[in-house]
Structure formats: C-alpha cells, structure tokens
Design a protein around this ligand. Structure first.
Ligand code: ADP
Length: 646
C-alpha cells in the first residue's frame, strides 16, 4: 500500500515498480487461468536464468513448468484459488547445469470485493541453504562408503558412482600418486569402457598429470582436438566429448585427481564443492593408510585378533581361519569356546576373565580345533580394552614346536628307559664276573696244587718232557689266576660303594711312590710330582688309577732309566692330571685300543701283564665323571691324561 501524503512527484505505478524491483524476492501475479499478469524484476530474472526466456504479456505459467510437474502445480493452485496459501520448493537446473532451489509461497490474490483474482507467487532463492544441506548429505554418503568398504579400490569405485550421480556426470575416474610421487595411477573408474585406457601418467603428462602438476582444475571441451588429452581412442570408445580434471588437494599436496567425462555438451556443468573435494581427499588418505596397515595385518603369518569377552571373535586377520581350514565367516559365527580343546577351556576362561579385569597376558597356550578335527596349538600375547569388553591378541602357531617337544620328551623317556636297562644288565654282568672270578679261584688253586704235588711225588719217574709239561701247566694256571684276580678287581670297580670324599692327590702320589720303592730303586728311576690338587672322589680308586699309570710308566721303560713326572692343570671346571714318561711310547694306532679290557700290545714274555690295568683306570675315571686318554708318540715316551670333575 502506498502512503497517501508521500512528498514524491512520481506516479503510483512508478513507486510500485521501485518497491517491487528492488528486492531479491521474486513476485509473480497470475490470474485464475494461469496467465502471468504482473512480475517483478527478480521474478523475471529467475525465470530467464532457468528457462532462457523472457516473460511477455500473455505468457502462461505452464510455459515455465516442467511437464512432470504439471499435475502437481494444478493441484497446488486449485487449493490457492480456493483461498488457501500453499508453500512448496522447486529445484531446477540452469542451462549451464547449475542447480537452483527456490522456496515458493503462493497465496490467493483478492480483488477489492474479496473475490479471488488469481495467485501471488513469492519466490525466494534458497539454493545456498539447500546446497549446504545437500553437501552434508553427500559428505555423509562418501564417509559411509569409505567406512563400509574394506579396500580403498572398492571405496573409490563406489565414490565415483556417487559423484557421477550427484553431479550429473556421464563417467568418472580417479588418479592417485604412487608411493614416491613420481607418477599418477588410475585407481578406479565409473561408467567407462576400458578400451585403450592408459593407467598411469607422469607429473605434467596427460590430463590427470597436468592437473596434478598445476594443482588446478582443467576443462577440455573437445577431447579429440585438444592435445593435452592423449587417450583419444579411449574417449572415442566411450563417446566422451568433454572432460574436466579436478585436483583433490590436501595440505598443499595433491592427493588425487578426479576426472569427469561428458558425452555431450561442452559446458562445465556444476562444480563439485571444495568441501566435498577436501572431505574426499581426507577419506582417501585415511583409507590408503588403513589399506597399507591392513596389508601387513593380512600378510602376517601370525594371528591378529580382536575378540569380545562375550566369547566371539570380532576381527581376525586371514591367518587364523587359514591355519584351521575355516572360512572367515565360519570362525566369526561361532563362539571361540566352541573351538577350544576341552582340556584348555577352563584355563582360557580364567584368562579371559583376567583380561576383562584389566590384566595383561604375555604368554598363554591353548588349542583350537581345525575343520578336519585335528587341534593346533597357539601361543597368545593379549591385552584388553576393558571399557569395551575387547581383547586384543597376537598368536603364533606353535603346533610344530609342541610336536617336537613331545617327540623330545618321548625320546628322553626311551633313552632313560634304555639307560636303566643297560645299568641293570651291567650290574648283572658285574655280579656275574665277580661270582665267576671268585668261584673259579678255588678249582684253579686245586689244579696247580695237585700239579705241584704230582711233580714232587713222582719227581724221579718223570722225564724232562713231563717236567716241562707240568711247568707249562703250572705257569698257565698261575697266569689264569692273575687274570681272574684282575677280572675280580675290574668288576669290583662298579660295586665299590665307598663314599666320595676329598682326596689329596699329593698324598695319593706319595703312597703310590712308596708302593713302587723297590722297582724305582732297581730301575734307578726318577719319579716326581708337581703340587697336586685335592679332588672329590673315592680314595682307594684314585690311588688305583695313579698306581696303574705309574706302574705302566715304570714297566714300559726304554733303555734309559725311567723319568716319570706327574702334574695337573685346571680346565673348564675339571682337573686334568698327566703322567708323563720317557718309555717306549704307544703306537698312535692303538691309542684307543689299550684302554679296552685284555687288550695288550705286547705278549707276556716281553712285558708281564694281563691287559687290564688301563681298563680298570678308565672304568674308575669314567665313574668319577671324567675321561682318560693317551697322547702318544711324544718325542720319547707317552703322556697319559685323566680328568676329574671339580
Ligand atoms: P698291561 O700293562 O697289563 O699289559 P694295561 O692295560 O696296563 O695292561 O696296558 C695295556 C697296554 O698299553 C700295554 O700292554 C702296553 O702295550 C700299553 N701301555 C700302557 N702303558 C704304557 C706306557 N706307559 N708306555 C708304553 N705302553 C704302555
């Protein structure tokens, strides 16, 4: 309504125009037959923007209504013409493809007499508000794609379909820089026939490479003519006419390049909002990092798991189902308690309780049933996220280790059993040798006594040959007696139960030296010992060893008078004793043999003996946990060593 006394000279119509044409809101007045009878500037501009047409006198509103909206419009205006105001929203695209949204309020236009003339349509451009909401919805859609898809490539694929749909593009592809930033690789495409498609570009090369290098959008209206676009046959195969490349820039660096294709029209279409590009860039980076981590996760031969305290695995890498022969779905759909070996159930339950209570477990073993019914052992390291009831676990398959441990245990048990059997049969043999040698002595004594009686009584009746025979027989019996006595001594080594005490080896040496006084004197021998240690052992047996070695050193002397030296040294927790002589030496070929019972290198006419002295020495030393050996072929003589544990 115009004010009555306004101090203006303008006419009323002019004032109305000023009022209506200086507002952003569009006003359109139509009569009941939908003819536009008045329109302000904003209204006319809006219609022109969408329909590229001027509103002229007599224009029908239906000229500016899309055919699919006709019935809706008729319904709305039937209500308006009955006197009811109606509001609604209209979305339309400009010929350039820009989407516009208008909020429309149509109310009845009354004549002065109250009758309805037509409708006053008030249009307000709400594109910005609507687009903002719309952008948020797209961003949400993008996020949900990246959350629900396991792999980056799958997510990118879905992303391109979404962008094509939302931004009305015929096809799309996405290019991402390789790890060292030297090339762009095409990671996904939507609505493209792949014929002749190049899948990588260096920086600056091709449409994606140029967009990547320049960090700005590039639009090509004629793909066949523009040299920047290299993939002519690819464009032809897909009937792509125009393309635009849009960089997705994140923190100054291009994360990816989006390329959209259009089959017709050379216009650029609506822009993809920066916020959507930024959001997409973030999602790609996040997913890419996740993808890389996932690859490690999946590649690992070890098991990675997130399990609930409710008894179900939530997330597992592929190795666990693979080891057991199940599919991932099978493992995730049953309670892990159903797969655990019955004997490990209790301990696993206790562990899960402890973990749920916030404890950490560095080592825990249990068995899981494989699909073929066998069980595999796992060694777990676990920790929990108490508040969420989740257990994070890493496990190694230790089945083979367990098997070899079992094998080792079985082997040990067998060895132990054998050793026991051997000890028992040894003891039996020793008893036998003892009894045999003991009991043989008596008849042997009888043989030699009666032979000697025979010799005495029939001395004159026997000729020389008979005397010689008797002599041989007595001599044989004598040697046999010695053998039996030695055998007895040998068998006694095992049965001697004298307690181990501290044995002063200096004392032992001087007793041995005393024992050989006469021989030493006769041979003009020199027998010396360095300062010797005290060892733990059986005193009688220690003396026996030294006596046998010194005895041999005296017996197997060479031309020169014997020189014998005994010394000792400490080595690796043992005392090593050495009896060194300047005698005839030992042929290296027989260095082992001489320690075997009854093995001699000489016959008794050369050197008297039964071949049992070193065997006894060896048996004693071994019983004391040591070893005995000879170092033969020293310049002259030999060195006999024996070791005794400290
Ligand atoms: P025996 O002296 O009764 O023959 P031993 O068991 O003491 O029995 O010795 C076995 C063999 O080792 C001897 O026959 C001898 O040939 C050789 N032997 C032992 N000690 C020495 C030594 N000190 N020098 C040279 N040969 C030795």
């Amino acid at each position: 309504m115009l004010l009555e006394n306004a101090p203006y000279s303008h006419d009323k119509a002019k004032l109305y125009d000023l009022l209506l044409d200086n507002t952003d809101e569009g006003f359109i007045l139509i009569d009941k037959s939908f003819h536009i009878v008045a329109i302000n500037k904003a209204g006319a501009d809006r219609i022109k923007e969408i329909f590229s047409k001027d509103v002229i006198a007599g224009s029908s509103m239906f000229q500016f209504t899309k055919p699919d909206r006709l019935s809706f419009i008729r319904e709305v205006y039937a209500r308006v013409f009955r006197g009811e105001p109606v509001s609604y929203q209209v979305t339309a695209h400009t010929p350039g493809g820009i989407r516009k949204t208008f909020s429309i309020l149509s109310r009845p236009a009354f004549e002065k007499d109250g009758s309805i003339f037509g409708a006053l349509i008030n249009t307000r451009d709400v594109t910005q508000e609507v687009e903002r909401v719309y952008e948020q919805e797209i961003a949400l859609g993008i996020s949900s794609i990246f959350t629900s898809k396991h792999l980056l490539s799958e997510a990118l694929n879905d992303l391109l379909y979404l962008l094509c749909r939302e931004y009305r593009r015929d096809a799309a592809e996405i290019w991402i820089g390789n790890i060292d930033g030297t090339a762009l690789l095409r990671k996904a495409s939507a609505h493209c026939i792949e014929e002749g498609a190049t899948l990588s570009f260096a920086k600056g090369k091709g449409l994606p490479g140029a967009c990547w290098a320049e960090q700005q959008a590039i639009y090509i209206s004629d793909l066949q003519r523009d040299d920047l676009f290299q993939r002519k046959s690819f464009a032809r195969a897909n009937s792509f006419v125009a393309a635009e490349a849009i960089p997705i820039v994140n923190m100054g660096a291009t994360t990816a390049v989006l390329v959209f294709f259009q089959k017709q029209g050379t216009n650029q279409g609506i822009e993809v909002p920066t916020s959507i590009l930024f959001h997409t860039g973030n999602e790609i980076r996040r997913k890419d990092a996740e993808d890389r981590l996932n690859r490690f996760f999946e590649l690992s031969p070890d098991v990675f798991s997130i399990a609930g305290t409710d008894g179900y695995f939530k997330i597992l890498n592929a190795s666990f189902p693979r080891m057991l022969g199940y599919t991932m779905e099978e493992v995730l759909s049953v309670s892990y308690y159903d797969l655990i070996h019955p004997d490990d159930l209790k301990s696993t339950e206790v562990l899960v309780d402890e973990l749920a209570g916030g404890l950490q477990s560095n080592y825990f073993e249990n068995r899981f049933r494989a699909k073929d019914g066998s069980y595999r052992w796992f060694a777990w390291t676990s920790t929990s996220l108490e508040e969420e009831g989740l257990i994070f676990g890493v496990a190694k398959d230790i089945t083979e280790k367990k098997k070899s441990e079992q094998l080792y245990r079985d082997l040990n048990a067998t060895l132990e059993k054998r050793a026991k059997e051997l000890a028992a049969s040894n003891a039996e043999l020793e008893r036998f040798a003892y009894v045999a040698s003991h009991d043989l002595q008596e008849p042997l004594r009888m043989v030699s006594s009666f032979l000697q009686l025979l010799q005495k009584k029939y001395n004159n009746q026997l000729d020389d040959t008979a005397h010689q025979y008797i002599h041989f027989a007595v001599d044989g019996a004598e040697r046999m007696k010695k053998l039996i006595l030695d055998l007895l001594a040998y068998s006694r080594v095992g049965t001697n139960s004298e307690e181990h005490t501290f044995v002063d080896m200096n004392q032992v040496f001087s007793e041995v030296k005393n024992y050989f006084t006469t021989t030493i004197h006769q041979l003009n021998a020199e027998v010396h010992a360095d300062r010797l240690p005290t060892v733990k052992g059986n005193p009688t047996q220690m003396k026996q060893v030294v006596q046998n070695l010194v005895g041999n050193a005296l017996k197997y002397h060479a031309e020169a008078p014997p020189k014998i030296l005994i010394n000792s040294k400490e080595l690796n927790g043992e005392w090593i004793f050495c009896v060194e002589d300047n005698g005839i030496g030992v042929d290296p070929r027989f260095a082992e043999k001489i320690f075997i019972i009854f093995q001699r290198l000489h016959n008794s006419s050369e050197y008297e003996g039964t071949g049992i002295g070193l065997a006894i020495a060896r048996k004693i030393v071994e019983k004391h946990g040591g070893k005995i050996w000879v170092e033969p072929n020293t310049p002259s003589g030999s060195k006999f060593y024996f070791s005794i544990r400290k």
